[in-house]
Structures are given as C-alpha cells and as structure tokens.
Design a protein around this ligand. Structure first.
Ligand code: GAR
Length: 210
C-alpha cells in the first residue's frame, strides 16, 4: 500500500514511520510527505530519506474543502491510497473522507476524548490528571475525533512540564503509530461505527484473534 504522510512540524513521528518502512515492518511505502508549511522540519527528514515532498500551503481565505482538495490532490498525484496524519495541525474537510474513506489515520497526544486540539499536553498538565497518553484513530469530520484504533496510557510525573511530558508521550507514539499503520496496511482493521477491531498491541505481525 502506498501512503501519504501529512505533516506540519518537526516530523519525529514521520521519522519513526520511515524507520519502520526501512526495516520492512510497515507493509506500506511512504509515497510522499505533504506539508502545509514550507519550513516544517519534517520536510528535511523526508529529503534525507529520499521520499518525495509536496508543500501545499493552507490558504486562510479559501474554504476548508478547497484547501483539503489541494492536499488530497497532492497525495493522489503520488498514488497514495491512504493519508497518515503525523503532527498535521489542520482540520481536513469532508472531501478528504470522501476521497479516502476509512483510510485516514491520526495520532494525538492524549487519551481521547480528553484534550482534543492543539494544546493536549498543556491541558493535561493544567487539568492535574495523573495519566494521559496516546490515541491513534481514524479521522472523521470533527477535530481529533473518529473511531479509535489504539490507546496507551502515559503517567504524568511530579515536576513534569510540557516538554518532559510530551517527550514521554512521543516515545509511545513512535512505537505505537507504526504498529497501527502496519495493521491497517495489512488490511487487518475493521471499523463498525465507533468500534475498531483487528489491532493487538505488540502483536503487529500476528493476525491471530485473541
Ligand atoms: C505529536 O505529538 C502528535 O501527537 C501531535 O503533534 C505532535 C507532532 O510531532 N498531534 C496533534 O496534536 C494533533 N492534534 P512530530 O511533528 O514530531 O511528529
């Protein structure tokens, strides 16, 4: 399966995905990295790995669907069959779900539905929660919302600030997200309403039901 990875930032999740692909564990090829920001560090990582890139700036004066359509077209030009959002900080319009039905994944740094949006780590600290985590989910029309594939808890420790907590969360993201993408690319995930089956943590190569 050919996938497009959509990014806005540093691209540490992209690096983990590329490492998994390079090790032959992803079962998918990163056909293109699409960024809405020309300066995103993720683009440098793609260049280093020899993966094609597309920069598709988000135009604030254009409708969400028009921006989404340009992003989808960039992915489709490279033969992508699925979109993998990795630190992509825009909200895709419904046209994306129409073009890539049940084929858009996102990683988010909280245990959704807690703390959706761009300040998930800060809000976990402000809220005083003792446990936060990572969610990987299929994308629907709402922000950080859609059928949940996998979640893993991460403790909030005394003295944490946003940087230390985010680093602990990202260590989990970098392991969990490629495992979910591998299960998806292998055709093992089944979506029924809010419920996703077929992913068994730590058993990415194992299709056996438990
Ligand atoms: C990741 O922690 C990801 O979970 C988060 O942005 C970070 C991107 O890091 N995504 C969201 O907050 C989506 N709402 P990266 O660019 O180093 O992969």
């Amino acid at each position: 399966m050919r996938i497009a990875v959509l990014v806005s930032g540093a691209g540490t999740n992209l690096a983990a995905i590329l490492a998994s692909a390079g090790a032959g564990e992803l079962g998918a090829e990163v056909a293109v990295v699409v960024s809405d920001r020309a300066g995103a560090g993720a683009l440098d990582r793609a260049h280093t790995a020899g993966v094609p890139t597309e920069v598709v700036p988000w135009q604030p004066r254009q409708a969400r669907d028009a921006n989404t359509e340009r992003l989808c077209a960039a992915a489709a030009r490279h033969g992508a069959e699925a979109l993998v959002l990795a630190g992509f900080m825009r909200i895709l319009g419904p046209v994306a779900m129409q073009r890539f039905p049940q084929a858009i994944l996102n990683v988010h740094p909280s245990l959704l539905p807690a703390f959706p949006g761009a300040r998930a780590v800060e809000q976990a600290l402000e809220g005083g929660v003792k446990v936060t985590g990572v969610t990987v989910h299929f994308v629907d029309e709402q922000v950080d919302h859609g059928p949940i594939v996998a979640q893993e808890a991460v403790p909030v420790l005394p003295g944490d600030d946003a940087a230390t907590l985010h680093a602990r969360i990202q260590a989990v993201e970098h392991r969990l997200y490629p495992e979910v993408i591998a299960a998806f690319a292998a055709g093992r995930l089944a979506v029924d309403g809010h419920h996703v089956t077929g992913f068994y943590p730590g058993r990415a190569g194992d299709a056996e039901e438990r």
